[in-house]
Design a binder for this molecule. Structure first.
Ligand code: B12
Ligand code: SF4
Length: 591
């Protein structure tokens, strides 16, 4: 009897289109870092884990490899952020031209579904955990729809560990896990809470550890915890960090972590200690602006109620490098804001600053407010660190805002300014640190004021030969290219030795990041990157609104529908909020 060939399994190719150059692409230091792109597409690795075993799945990340447009696949599943819009549509159109069946989802579809619609067969809005499975079942009988929308938020117990085994992990700078989704706060411009909601939903801690094991097995030493706000639910955060720390400290070389959190973490000593215990070495803080009136305007009450410079010094003193998201262009910003921002950043000593112009993202309360006021200039776009915004500023002309932004970007990334901020951060790791007043209960000692505290962090992972090569390349960039760079390098190394000698390798590591940031800043300032390719077309679309924007999931509608209206103090749901913090927030909210 002739042998039967096994039936061909159905195949899904999950494709992540190429990013354009951006602040976070670290494109100028790929050779130094020995990576092709910063992070893997976690959304696709999650979908892959949700896909039934009857399918073969491949993940193609165009940031590390070319796309084969004749790939053997029944379904193409695309995922992208809005910044990838141009390439996403090119890739989708090319596959469809060749007769492939194209699904599309991810952050861009969550805010700009109208613009994505013409480029795919099936459009997914919102979290994919439930709808992907429903779609695949229906696809079997060809009873699938062309649009799926996840309005209710999913239960995080239903999100499986992503298929790390399908990723070419050696090509990325960082691994990536997610422990929670959602953020309890209510900032007016934020699209995160549109997609992920204000109720913090958490994964079981054993799943978190299982995911870390997968990254560890893949040889990855540096992992981003891609939560919208790691400390949104402090009770969970503490338990999780303790478990991660215990797991991590038992390893020969601990993994280090990059996180995103809100600055109110500075009030909680236990939380800060646990961040250090887990080996969190870098924290992104959404500070936005030092101007209180702008913070209140945008409903960022948690920051308005916090002395920001002190907060940052305290967080840094727990061994972290601070990264800040800053924004100019609020209604309360007049031309004086550029000077205020500069002075604040230098005083706080925040080395890495993602400086953006306020942009109204469709479906956010800000968008609705400005649309009603007739203050939208054009369609939105996905890179917030360029000389562009879609809104009409209030206290400046558009040109004043753009030029002020460019000048500030240039000023922040002069070698001198970067060097001063780095040294200020490093100083917080040693005995010369500033000890600000305590921000929590009156009369308590500042959490930074502990002379016995050691620098616990182990930031660099295991030794790799690439590190030697990288160091040589970094030194070549600084020492063989003129006086300014040489002076910067000497200043960085000398002051690190003076204030926190154990941070020397960290300093060399960050000298690499600063190469990218300076090169990127130079090009933004020179207006070399344009981002208007999709706008002409989007501006002409007439559905939804005049920019073709809008859709079903919308923060303003969500808040109206929600039976128990969330208020600002819910930010601390379940957490041991001190009475004075709650009072501060209430006062700020009522003003
Ligand atoms: C980690 C992260 C990064 C990493 C890189 C991630 C990567 N893959 O390269 C870094 C730090 C480099 C980064 C950079 C940037 N980022 Co970012 N980032 C994140 C963050 C915090 C987590 C992403 C993640 O892994 N999520 C977990 C996975 C599981 O979620 P997911 O991808 O959304 O997938 C789910 C659904 O969307 C859906 N889904 C996704 N794809 C598909 C496909 C199909 C077919 C289906 C059915 C479903 C589906 O199902 C998944 C499971 O529910 C998000 C915020 C967030 N909460 O998601 C911002 C976020 C994605 N980033 C954002 C932005 C703006 C940027 C930058 C442009 C910032 C800048 N100005 O430079 C850059 C651009 C990136 C670059 N390389 O140039 C925005 C995107 C906004 C938008 N709507 O497009 C977000 C949403 C944050 C925000 N609101 O500000 N980012
Ligand atoms: S703190 Fe504000 S900007 Fe940051 S995720 Fe929460 S709601 Fe969004």
């Amino acid at each position: 009897m002739a042998e039967q060939t096994p039936a061909r399994k159905k195949r899904i190719a999950m494709v992540h289109p190429k990013f354009p150059p951006s602040f976070w692409s670290f494109g100028f230091i790929k050779d130094i870092g020995g990576f092709k792109t910063v992070m893997p597409p976690l959304g696709l690795a999650t979908l892959a884990a949700l896909t039934p075993a009857e399918y073969d799945v491949v993940i193609v990340d165009e940031n590390i490899e070319d796309i084969d447009f004749d790939i053997d696949a029944d379904i193409i599943a695309l995922s992208a952020m809005a910044i990838q819009e141009k390439r996403l549509f090119e890739v989708a159109d090319e596959f469809r031209r060749r007769g492939y069946f194209v699904c599309m989802g991810g952050p861009i579809c969550n805010v700009l579904p109208g613009r994505c619609r013409p480029h795919c067969d099936v459009l997914f809005e919102g979290e994919g955990e439930y709808n992907w499975k429903i779609f695949l079942e229906q696809y079997e009988t060809r009873s699938h729809k062309d649009y799926y929308c996840q309005e209710e938020k999913i239960d995080m117990r239903d999100t499986p560990p992503p298929r790390v085994d399908l990723l070419k992990t050696g090509m990325y700078r960082l691994g990536c896990i997610q422990t929670t989704r959602g953020c309890p706060f209510n900032c007016e411009f934020c699209d995160i809470i549109v997609t992920y909601g204000r109720k913090v939903r958490a994964k079981p801690i054993e799943n978190v550890i299982a995911e870390l094991e997968n990254w560890a097995k893949a040889g990855v030493d540096f992992v981003t915890i891609a939560d919208d706000n790691l400390v949104g639910d402090r009770v969970y955060a503490k338990k999780m960090l303790k478990a991660v720390g215990d797991w991590n400290r038992a390893r020969k070389v601990p993994m280090s972590f990059y996180i995103e959190m809100s600055v109110d973490a500075c009030r909680d000593v236990e939380l800060l200690e646990l961040l250090r215990w887990a080996n969190v070495t870098e924290a992104f803080l959404g500070i936005e602006t030092p101007r209180e009136s702008s913070l209140k305007e945008t409903k960022k009450f948690q920051n308005a109620a916090t002395p920001l410079v002190d907060a940052i010094k305290i967080i840094q003193s727990y061994g972290m490098v601070t990264v800040a998201g800053m924004i100019v262009g609020f209604d309360n910003d007049d031309p004086g804001i550029f000077e205020d921002q500069y002075k604040f950043l230098q005083k706080a000593g925040i080395p890495i600053v993602m400086l953006g112009i306020l942009q109204a993202i469709p479906r956010t309360p800000l968008y609705e407010r400005l649309e009603k006021a007739g203050r939208l200039r054009s369609a939105a776009q996905g890179n917030n660190t360029l000389s562009f915004t879609n809104l009409e500023p209030l206290q400046m002309s558009y040109e004043e805002l753009i030029n002020g932004y460019r000048e500030l970007f240039a000023r922040i990334y002069t070698w001198e300014a970067v060097g001063d901020r780095w040294i200020s951060n490093v100083k917080q790791w040693g005995k010369h640190r500033d000890v600000p007043a305590h921000i929590g209960k009156a009369g308590e000692k500042s959490p930074a004021d502990d002379p016995t505290r050691k620098w616990l962090q182990a930031p660099l992972g295991r030794f790799k030969f690439q590190l030697v090569l990288a160091t040589l390349m970094i030194f070549k960039y600084y020492f063989a290219n003129g006086r300014d760079r040489r002076r910067f390098a000497f200043k960085m190394l000398w002051n690190t030795l003076k204030y926190a000698p154990s941070a020397l390798l960290q300093t060399v590591n960050y000298m690499a990041y600063f190469i990218h940031l300076r090169e990127y800043a130079d090009r933004v300032v020179a207006k070399q990157y344009r981002f208007d390719y999709a706008l002409t077309e989007a501006n002409q679309q007439l559905h939804a609104n005049k920019f073709g924007e809008g859709g079903n999931v919308n923060m303003v509608k969500q808040e109206k529908r929600s039976a128990t209206k969330i208020n600002v103090n819910d930010a601390y749901t379940g957490a041991d909020v001190t009475a004075d913090v709650a009072a501060d927030l209430e006062t700020a909210a009522s003003k």
